[in-house]
Write a protein that binds this ligand. Structure first.
Ligand SMILES: [Zn+2]
Length: 404
């Protein structure tokens, strides 16, 4: 079985190289928007949908540039095409809030993808097509065959290269534990599990987020185009980076904990869940964190030989895990109280329900949620206790540098 790993290394392009890469990004953004416009127009006029192949042919009509690698350009058709496929798949499932791919703004377009790059390194530097040899700090060895290379510019001004690699048979398979778990992704708690555990949001975030708000306010008051504005922007980007580091670290810890302790993990399908979220709740921050967490969890689960089951999140906050009745409750109502006699935290109920829905036939010998005593009190787990738990279970030392 092929297993994908992501390696992320810091890049140090020279000023000249930086300008070349940015020019490519601008051009890619322009072509992306043009292709999308053509696809929309074609559909409006002839009710004909342009395929990825059709769009690839159109690229040469838009630009005959030699400054961007042809595969990076073709990757745009693929992205648009996949965006449409996802939209229709979600529509089919009755998700009305699903959106079609949208036009992108030049200033937000900060990455270039090279599918199947041929050669990667020369003289310990990264070969960037149409740019040249770029200084890279490769702090660990690549393991397999690179399927994709992405170059990214972060808002702090740092540059990164991300390698998606196929690593055949290089599994860190863990011994079986005979346990499975359901997980509810929450707003009050980070996650709740069917084993009555609640993971709190990491505490340092609250403090930093307050500071971020203050810096953001300062930033918006500075005069446009001034050097003060630029300084404030960098300060803001730095704190964003810090926040995202803490969050990523925490996400790794929780993902490791779950993968070490359970053979099977049931979770809501996030793509659908996000679409269903109420706008007031769907704070961008929470979204990013969930997506990152599920990505890390999938990654760890796969490399450890664990099963991750994704279920449709419809009704998971209302349905009773014990009797299947729909128990309507407002958001502020934290308890699930059902006529069948169940009274537990609403998130724990959801987690148990998610486990029931996701149970695979081969897990029948493990304890489903119904067998677990019903009126249980849950335990709250903060960052400190999580670290302790982490040391207890056979910790697998894969660092946060694997993320992208
Ligand atoms: Zn019930």
């Amino acid at each position: 079985m092929v297993h994908q790993k992501i390696f992320k290394f810091r890049l140090y392009p020279s000023n000249e190289q930086r300008q070349m890469i940015e020019k490519q990004m601008n051009l890619l953004c322009y072509v992306y928007n043009k292709l999308l416009e053509m696809k929309r127009e074609q559909y409006k006029q002839n009710k004909k949908s342009l395929s990825e192949y059709d769009m690839n042919k159109l690229i040469r009509q838009i630009t005959n540039t030699k400054d961007v690698h042809s595969q990076s350009l073709q990757n745009l058709s693929k992205r648009i095409s996949e965006g449409y496929k996802l939209f229709f798949a979600l529509r089919k499932q009755g998700i009305k809030k699903a959106g079609l791919p949208r036009f992108k703004k030049m200033e937000n377009y900060k990455s270039i993808t090279y599918p199947q790059p041929q050669s990667l390194f020369k003289d310990n530097k990264l070969i960037v097509p149409k740019v040249g040899l770029v200084e890279i700090r490769q702090h660990r060895k690549l393991l397999g065959k690179t399927k994709m290379l992405t170059i990214k510019k972060m808002p702090t001004g740092k540059w990164f290269a991300c390698f998606v690699q196929n690593c055949d048979g290089k599994y860190d398979v863990l011994p079986k534990t005979g346990k499975v778990v359901g997980i509810d992704l929450g707003l009050n708690n980070f996650i709740a599990t069917s084993d009555n555990e609640m993971f709190e949001h990491p505490k340092p975030l609250a403090r930093l987020e307050k500071r971020r708000k203050m810096l953001n306010k300062r930033f918006s008051k500075k005069k446009r185009g001034s050097s003060n504005k630029n300084n404030a922007r960098i300060k803001l980007a730095r704190i964003d980076e810090k926040i995202s580091n803490i969050r990523e670290n925490y996400n790794w810890k929780v993902a490791n904990y779950l993968v070490n302790n359970y053979d099977g993990i049931c979770i809501e399908d996030l793509q659908i869940k996000n679409m269903m979220q109420n706008h007031h709740l769907a704070k961008a921050i929470t979204d990013v964190s969930w997506g990152d967490f599920v990505g890390k969890l999938s990654y760890k689960a796969e490399s450890a030989g664990r099963k991750l089951v994704k279920i449709n999140p419809r009704n998971t906050s209302q349905e009773c895990h014990n009797c299947g009745a729909i128990v309507k409750k407002e958001l502020w109502n934290r308890t699930h109280k059902c006529t069948c006699g169940i009274e537990i935290d609403r998130d724990i109920n959801s987690a148990k329900l998610i486990l029931n829905k996701g149970l695979l036939p081969e897990w029948q010998d493990v304890k489903p949620a119904e067998m677990i005593p019903l009126q249980t009190t849950h335990r709250k787990i903060g960052l400190q206790e999580l670290s302790r738990k982490q040391e207890d279970s056979s910790a697998m030392a894969i660092g946060s540098h694997l993320t992208c």
